[in-house]
Design a protein around this ligand. Structure first.
Ligand code: NAG
Ligand code: NAG
Ligand code: NAG
Ligand code: NAG
Ligand code: NAG
Ligand code: NAG
Length: 771
């Protein structure tokens, strides 16, 4: 009996389907696409190696963001994160460069500079380009890291099979040295990378947050890279098999052979770090296998990016998704476990490597394993073929945005927060757009403090496949914003801070509200008209005359309320829904920050509260929301919630930390500072209450009290407030008490002397003799 099951799904199934991908939805991921009319993108090698399905990506995505503004990044990844099924790292970066561009052709930028105008591809704008040609040349002339685990993927020289491969365009995942734009394959596959890279780190999310200190210390944001600096003309002379080892000795040996003019510039030097703070680093959030969908809570995986304080017209965003199986310890496996020895077989439960090998247990491509010992069933063997591709046992996927601009803030915005509101998705039904998504607003629900700025902006394309479902002119993406109508029935809501806010429109209504004379965030009639008709004239019933790009610019939100809105063109109940909600609150300001084991700091927008969470304080990721409720409104807001008011005079903003739970790990505490106003001669008490128990009980909290600040060491979320109590009453009491005692003494004295006139006369005499 010989059982051979082809493509047995013992191991991670993406290895067969080659579909475990990452797709960026906001910013719009390109997946190498350039405004192409087909469902499949045409050139997977145009700018970078995504390893994604050809259907992924958005046609266009050129937008701008103000520096320092808040942008929700959204993506879907097809395999698990924060799960035992595999290791997962998500690495987000951006780069800006004056020559960075999407290009005008789907052809890959040439390697041979003579094929470009002026023999300089960096400035031949016909071709899309992210990394520069010099970056690629450095990759070609730098020997690959031979200490890396390559399993049985022995790199072969694409140009001359007999030549030994040396340069870093060859990796386990890219064993034939395939070129993708000017990306360096070794830099793509490994992070942190050992040679200079133009990519600035934004954030690293990992299943193993204990690696965060390492990532943050090694990030090129804060640490320059040593490398062999060789003038470009000299680099061009180095052949692939002579790539220079990545160390000082090899570099200096090469430089000593360079021409005398080149010698001056040639040498082992350290590059300057990017000079920005180390990236945020924290745990990944849970997503499950074989599912390009939402995470826990029903929203796409996300990260809130605060745009850097920089100004540049040509930037790109990059997200990498690194997954490795649990079959080997990716971080502690190296070239020594390559062929012919392979990975230790202890894990497979055999007594010796020989036996394991005999039975086919070896990390190589598609091994056939003998599962039962032969003696059990006489001479029959039980062999199953495993679908294993050692090139993919640790694998990096990638998506990149189209080029975008980071713009300087205008003075009129002051220090207010700008929130970006965009549209994700593309034209078509769920099957036609996959692995992209149908239209949606991002963020779908936005919480904003009154007086902050909201920046409506979106873009799309005119070249979606013609048969994709949707309203308006075929092939085109358009969106607009219109208020929905009031609910026609009343609903009981979960009691929250927003209960008393005016509710405008209802999620469930597909008929729009009349849009004039009704407040929408306090926007002017003109702005509302623009949101509805996109600043255009012509046939606009389905927005056909409008351009695919729309920008309202940042607008101050001047009214509070819960606003439900939709796009009239794309909302087609029950085929498609494009609806969003903006919650604008007054008297409450807030800040979000997801913090896990690695710790972090978070400050309330008005700076009245600072929280400092040391590394190791949390043992899991918490999406922290830190709110401050204006001091003058605390009593009213507590009344609205049927809560009790703590004793004394409310002297600080009410600080709310959500989740309203125990946050710190057992016996751990985090530090909190709350600023308050202390009138003279007042004593200070700090109180805590749980929101979930409707502020029924306020308990006193130990605090170190300074003049205008209390410092607490706490482990819980919930509500904190500082109250003060006047000391005047006590002083008055003491004064009156003392006076009363004196009076009693005097009265008693007089009474005594009256009764004893002798004593009185004695005293009188003594006084007179003294005078
Ligand atoms: C991916 O993980 C492997 C370990 O499994 C590591 O060697 C590599 O540097 C990582 N690459 C990226 C891009 O994170
Ligand atoms: C991003 O910020 C929003 C509020 O603006 C918050 O609701 C959301 O949970 C945050 N997302 C993540 C991934 O932290
Ligand atoms: C709504 O969507 C369906 C399915 O895509 C389509 O047949 C119909 O024409 C759409 N309605 C409008 C008004 O365009
Ligand atoms: C719209 O508002 C203006 C000013 O508040 C008011 O004079 C006018 O009557 C309103 N029109 C409608 C139709 O409600
Ligand atoms: C939704 O789509 C189906 C076909 O896909 C169509 O028959 C139906 O009329 C659509 N609904 C609306 C309201 O257009
Ligand atoms: C948090 O704040 C403290 C004190 O200001 C500072 O020393 C520390 O570096 C900060 N930590 C982070 C992660 O920013």
């Amino acid at each position: 009996m010989f059982i051979k099951i082809q493509k047995c799904l013992v191991f991670v199934s993406c290895l067969i389907l080659a579909e475990c991908d990452i797709y960026l939805h906001n910013l719009r991921g390109s997946n190498n696409r350039l405004d192409e009319p087909n469902r499949e993108r045409r050139n997977a090698k145009r700018l970078f190696d995504s390893q994604n399905n050809n259907r992924g990506g958005y046609n266009v995505g050129n937008v701008y963001y103000y520096s320092g503004s808040k942008l929700p990044i959204e993506w879907t990844n097809q395999h698990s994160c924060h799960d035992v099924n595999g290791h997962c790292e998500i690495i987000m970066q951006y780069m800006c460069n004056e020559n960075l561009r999407d290009g005008a052709t789907i052809k890959t930028i040439p390697e041979n500079q003579k094929e470009c105008s002026n023999a300089d591809c960096d400035t031949d704008y016909e071709y899309g380009m992210h990394e520069s040609y010099t970056h690629y040349l450095q990759c070609l002339t730098r020997a690959r890291n031979e200490h890396l685990y390559t399993a049985d993927q022995i790199p072969v020289n694409r140009r001359n099979k007999r030549n030994k491969v040396k340069d870093s365009t060859y990796t386990r995942q890219n064993k034939n040295g395939q070129r993708y734009g000017y990306e360096c394959p070794e830099e793509r596959d490994y992070y942190p990378y050992w040679a200079p890279s133009p990519w600035i780190d934004v954030a690293i999310l990992t299943n193993d947050a204990s690696r965060c200190p390492y990532y943050q210390e090694e990030s090129e944001n804060v640490k320059g890279r040593f490398y062999c600096h060789i003038p470009v003309e000299e680099m061009k002379k180095i052949s692939n098999s002579n790539a220079i080892n990545h160390n000082k000795e090899a570099c200096e040996a090469f430089c000593s052979t360079a021409t005398s003019t080149a010698k001056k510039e040639c040498g082992w030097i350290q590059s300057r770090p990017h000079g920005v703070p180390a990236p945020d680093c924290r745990e990944t959030e849970y997503t499950r296998d074989n599912h390009l969908g939402n995470g826990i809570g029903g929203y796409a995986s996300g990260f809130n990016w605060t745009l850097p304080k920089t100004e540049n017209k040509h930037c790109a965003f990059r997200i990498r998704y690194n997954i490795s199986t649990g079959d080997y310890d990716g971080w502690n496996t190296n070239f020594k476990q390559n062929e012919p020895d392979g990975i230790s077989t202890k894990k497979f439960g055999f007594s010796s490597d020989e036996e394991a090998k005999e039975r086919g247990y070896k990390l190589k491509n598609n091994p056939t394993v003998d599962l039962f010992p032969p003696y059990l069933f006489s001479k029959n063997s039980f062999k199953l073929e495993l679908a294993i591709n050692t090139a993919q046992f640790g694998r990096t996927f990638q998506d990149r945005s189209h080029s975008f601009e980071i713009r300087k803030r205008k003075d009129e915005f002051g220090d207010k927060v700008i929130h970006n509101l965009n549209v994700r998705g593309k034209r078509g039904n769920i099957v036609q757009v996959y692995p992209a998504v149908e239209y949606d607003f991002v963020p779908n629900t936005m919480e904003i403090a009154k007086d902050d700025y909201i920046h409506f902006q979106w873009t799309g394309s005119n070249t979606n496949p013609n048969n994709n479902d949707g309203q308006g002119k075929i092939g085109t993406d358009r969106s607009n914003v219109i208020l929905q109508r009031e609910a026609i029935y009343t609903e009981t809501n979960v009691l929250d801070w927003y209960d008393r806010l005016p509710k405008v429109g209802h999620w469930g209504r597909s008929l729009p509200q009349h849009f004039s004379n009704i407040s929408f965030l306090g926007l002017s009639e003109e702005d509302k008209l623009k949101l509805a008709f996109l600043e255009e004239t012509g046939e606009l019933s389905e927005l056909d005359a409008a351009k695919p790009y729309f920008d309202l610019g940042p607008r101050k939100v001047t009214s509070s309320g819960v606003y439900h809105y939709m796009s009239t063109r794309n909302n087609n109940f029950s085929n498609r829904s494009q609806k969003g909600r903006i919650i604008s609150v007054s008297g409450i300001t807030f800040e979000f920050h997801a913090i896990g084991w690695n710790g972090g700091n978070i400050s309330s927008p008005h700076g009245t509260c600072d929280i400092q969470i040391e590394r190791g304080t949390f043992d899991q990721l918490h999406r922290i929301k830190l709110s401050e409720i204006n001091k003058d409104e605390v009593e009213q807001k507590l009344h609205e919630r049927n809560g009790n008011i703590p004793n004394g005079k409310i002297s600080s903003h009410l600080i709310l930390i959500e989740p309203d739970n125990v946050l710190a790990a057992e016996s751990k505490k985090f530090q909190m500072k709350i600023r308050f106003e202390r009138p003279r001669a007042h004593s200070v008490t700090v109180y805590h209450a749980w929101v979930k128990s409707d502020f029924a009980t306020w308990s006193k909290i130990d605090a170190e009290v300074n003049d205008d600040m209390v410092q607490l060491s706490v482990s819980n979320g919930g509500a904190y407030v500082v109250t003060t109590h006047s000391n005047v009453g006590m002083i008055v009491g003491i004064v009156f008490g003392t006076l009363a005692v004196i009076l009693i003494v005097v009265v008693l004295g007089v009474f005594y002397l009256r009764k004893n006139p002798k004593t009185y006369n004695n005293i009188k005499r003594k006084f007179q003799s003294k005078l």
